[in-house]
Every structure is written in C-alpha cells, then in structure tokens.
Ligand binder design. Structure first.
Ligand code: DGL
Length: 276
C-alpha cells in the first residue's frame, strides 16, 4: 500500500466558491479527508492580472503542502487557467485543475461540436478552455464569454431573482446565437446558478459542471496512481482554512457545500514563501 493514501487531499480557491468542488469531491470520495483553503482576504482573483494570480496560487499551494496533503486540487478556474503549469513545475505533489476535466467532459457531451464557455474575465482572457478543447479536437468551435456579474450575484444568494435571469440572458444570448449545444460552467460559483442557466439556455444545451468533471477526473487519477484511501471506514472530515474572518465563511458554507465541516481556522499567508 502507498504510505501516502491516509493523507488528506488539499483543495484551494480564491474564496468560498471552491466549496462547490469540495462538495463534488466529498460526494464521490466520502472517506477522504479534505483540507480546504479559501483565500477570502484576496478574493476575487478573476479580475486580477496573470502575474498576481500565479503569485497567489503559489502561496496557496505552498500552504496546503505544509498541511501535508497527498495531492492538490485547484478548484479555482481562474487559477487553473493561468497558474497550473507553474504549479506543476514548482511543486512535486500531484496537482489537478478544473480546465482539462471540463474540456474533456464538453467534448464528450457535444454533438454539433459548438461549445460555449462562461467564466471570469481572467479565465476567458487566458483562452485555456479553448486550447484544452482544440488540442483534443481541432474541428470543434469554441465561443467564450466573460460573465463578471455572476460571482457577486451568487454570493448575495440572488440565484432565482428576475435580475439574475435578465443578466444571464444578456450574457448567454450571443452564445445561443452561435448555436452551441454544450455550455461549460467555467467558474466555481456557476453550479449554484444551474437552474437559472438551464431556464435561459433551454433543455437542449448540455451544461458541463467543471466541479463535477474535476471530482471524477481526480478519482480516476488517484485510483490509477494508488493514492486513494481504500482502508478507512469512517467518513472523511473537511478542515477549512480561510485568510479573512471565519464568520462570513460559515454563513456561505451551507449554500455552497451543504455538508458539515470542522470549524474554520483563519490563517495568514504572509509567512508562506513561494515565489513564482
Ligand atoms: N473562483 C473563481 C473562479 O472559479 C471565481 C471567483 C474569483 O474571481 O476569484 O474563477
């Protein structure tokens, strides 16, 4: 048996949104212990420059490695889009992002090979999803749209309001006009908008939840590298760390995660040295 199997899986995000990824990982791997870092003091990353995103991502990863994790999952689409190659080069633990699993899932679902991507401005600017799709199928067409208003709407809990529908319609109409049949929800927060997106996109557009695809991909990889914890009988625990106050985190946990966690700890990343 691999000695590392008992160690927790580390997961990080710019804030609380990554709990949608934790939710999916906990659902498919209920016996794994999970350590979550939400960089709530510096969220959002989606409006920041690539250099800043890479620097924050290195510090977040370094922190998780100090917690002795067996693998790191980058729940944040913005970080996955900009920083994954740097993290893979710099750190020796296995690192998983959300872009490749989302791209693969989209290619499996599409029939007309016209795929829409929605995400933060930084994710869309990176063209990471387009590259991941087109290197696997160069006959696909990819149409991407930044949707910067959606993260604050979700954090306010405005997932069913009329204004949300209006904004979604404005963001999605140009993609619908391109006759996409598959839409990648390329941001941690968008799974909470699935119902509203479904109502606007209609029943014939397949919605790819990058959190779900990532959890599936992670399971397969941990299995093939013998890193899955197969011996534990108890349920895994989720230990959250945040860089800002824990109260707001606890408020939002219920909606994003829907499962109990250990009490969150506030941590300071300024002592974590991890230059890019
Ligand atoms: N977690 C980010 C993402 O998935 C959304 C929030 C942010 O902008 O930091 O891209």
């Amino acid at each position: 048996m691999n000695a590392n199997t008992e160690l927790p899986i580390g997961i990080f995000d710019s804030g609380i949104g990554g709990l949608t990824v934790v939710r999916q990982i906990h659902r498919v791997l209920p016996r794994e212990d999970l350590v979550y870092l939400g960089d709530t003091a510096r969220v959002p990353y989606g409006t920041k420059s690539p250099g800043t995103v890479v620097r924050f991502a290195c510090e977040d990863t370094q922190f998780l490695i100090q917690q002795n994790v067996k693998a790191v999952v980058v729940a944040c689409n913005t970080v996955s889009a900009w920083a994954l190659p740097t993290l893979e080069r710099k750190f020796s633990v296995p690192i998983f992002g959300v872009i490749v699993p989302g791209a693969q899932a989209a290619l499996k679902r599409t029939r007309n090979r016209r795929i829409g991507i929605i995400g933060t401005a930084a994710t869309v600017r990176s063209q990471a999803y387009s590259r991941a799709i087109l290197t696997r199928d160069d006959t696909a067409r990819v149409f991407a749209r930044a949707c910067p208003l959606l993260v604050p709407l979700v954090e306010e809990g405005w997932t069913n309001q009329k204004v949300t529908e209006t904004i979604l319609r404005a963001y999605l109409s140009p993609l619908m006009r391109r006759r996409i049949d598959t839409l990648v929800l390329g941001c941690t927060h968008y799974p909470l908008l699935k119902k509203a997106i479904r109502a606007v996109a209609g029943p014939h557009v397949a919605l790819v939840d990058s959190a779900e695809s990532c959890a599936q991909f992670l399971t397969e990889r941990l299995q093939s590298t013998r890193l899955l914890n197969k011996t534990r009988r108890r349920a895994g625990v989720i230990q959250p760390f945040v860089t800002d106050e824990v109260e707001r985190f606890h408020e939002l946990t219920r909606r994003f995660l829907g499962a109990a966690t250990e009490p969150a700890w506030k941590v300071d990343l300024s002592g974590v040295s991890a230059s890019a």
